[in-house]
Ligand binder design. Structure first.
Ligand code: TXA
Ligand code: MG
Length: 349
């Protein structure tokens, strides 16, 4: 299949391109599109055949449910068995935005879209191109991140092209995304509202609206024997091809340890990559050094994280080391993705 590649102004996308994308979706095809978090791979959420195509294009296990994206609040009721009050409260504050909510699904949503579950994940992205595209497509777009399963999520259209060229109908290039890690997922389908995946919208932000909010204990721990409730969180994910280790401790000591590890790996003939920061870059010695911004700026780290993980692959890093970051606020989402990329391989010093 030939994949159409179309550049747009993300704020004011060309109407003809959006119309074309809408036609492709209505005919059961697949279109990758930018959102404020990461690029999504869109298909018609209420067409079971389209969801099956999404799984096939990504090489994704079909028990891993998709998020349904909407552009207008009046599309919500048709997707849900009942819209809980909490959902309206959170939508008012955080939509459009990087928050996905899980609720019991209606019969409109096919099981192919929800990986066989009776619940559905829904979000309204904060991105003009995404919103225009969803409207032109009938209003319900099922979209996982537009990467091959197991690879870092795409933050640039070129990442989507690397993974999915020839496997999907169209890629809409809206430039680099703003946030860089996937949306926060909160489960409203049973018991207390519970965060299943951390993101830009933090527990503190949700608590200000809802009061008590729990958090899935598997999020920052690879040792918890319990399976995470979001099926996708159990897979090794976000991962570069090289084997990755996080080093945690006082910054000076971390730099020293990383340099020792790099020297040892080099002695074995391995090409080394280091994910470093403005504060440590100068003191790190490695074949491939990637700076993600200041240690104290989680938003900057989030924005460059997946791009840098892909660059390690492109430059052939076989072993990768990274410093660790704060785990409060948005830092929790950043560390959750880094820990997964490293397969929870952490050296504490
Ligand atoms: O920011 C985002 O959320 C991006 C953009 C494209 O919107 N999408 C995204 O989709 O990250 P994906 O498929 O890569 O991740 C969706 C996660 C998976 O871990 C999946 O298991 C979980 O959401 N999920 C979806 N529906 C669920 C449900 N009904 N119950 C529990 N987990 C669910
Ligand atoms: Mg994904």
């Amino acid at each position: 299949m030939e994949t159409l590649f179309c550049k747009v102004d993300p704020v004011d996308p060309d109407k003809k391109i959006i119309e074309k994308a809408g036609e492709i979706i209505k005919a059961g095809g697949l279109v990758a599109f930018p959102t404020e978090t990461v690029y999504g791979l869109g298909g018609d959420a209420i067409n079971p055949g389209a969801s099956e195509k999404i799984y096939a294009a990504k090489g994704r296990p079909s028990d891993n449910p998709l998020i349904v994206h909407i552009a207008e609040l009046d599309k919500l009721e048709a997707l849900c068995k009942k819209v809980p009050d909490e959902m309206y409260k959170l939508a008012e504050v955080f939509w459009p935005g990087p928050l996905t909510m899980i609720v019991d699904k209606s019969s409109l949503v096919p099981k192919e879209t929800t990986g066989g579950l009776d619940t559905v994940a829904i979000r309204m992205p904060d991105h003009n191109t995404a919103l225009e595209f969803i409207k032109a497509s009938g209003g319900y777009i099922a979209a996982p991140s537009a990467n091959t399963s197991g690879r870092p999520s795409p933050t640039l259209a070129s990442h989507v092209r690397t993974d999915l060229d020839g496997r999907i109908d169209m890629i809409i290039d809206g430039g680099e995304v703003g946030i860089g890690v996937e949306s926060t997922i909160v489960d409203l389908s049973e018991g207390e509202p519970t965060i299943l995946r951390p993101g830009y919208v933090t527990r503190e932000m949700l608590s200000r609206v809802l009061g008590r909010v729990d958090i899935d204990t598997t999020i920052l721990s690879g040792t918890d024997k319990k399976a995470p409730k979001a099926p996708g969180m159990k897979y090794r994910h976000y991962a570069p091809k090289g084997s990755m280790t996080l080093v945690e401790g006082e910054t000076g000591a971390v730099v020293k340890r990383i340099n020792e590890e790099v020297a040892a790996a080099k002695a074995k003939g391995l090409k080394c990559g280091v994910l470093c920061t403005l504060e440590t870059e100068e003191d790190i010695n490695a074949d491939v050094k990637k700076c993600v911004g200041s240690r104290n700026d989680e938003a900057a780290i989030a924005r460059s994280l997946y791009r840098v993980l892909r660059e390690f692959d492109e430059e052939g890093a076989e072993v990768i080391f990274s410093e660790s970051f704060k785990t409060d606020g948005f830092g929790q989402a950043v560390m959750n993705r880094l820990l997964k990329a490293a397969g929870y391989n952490v050296e504490k010093i």
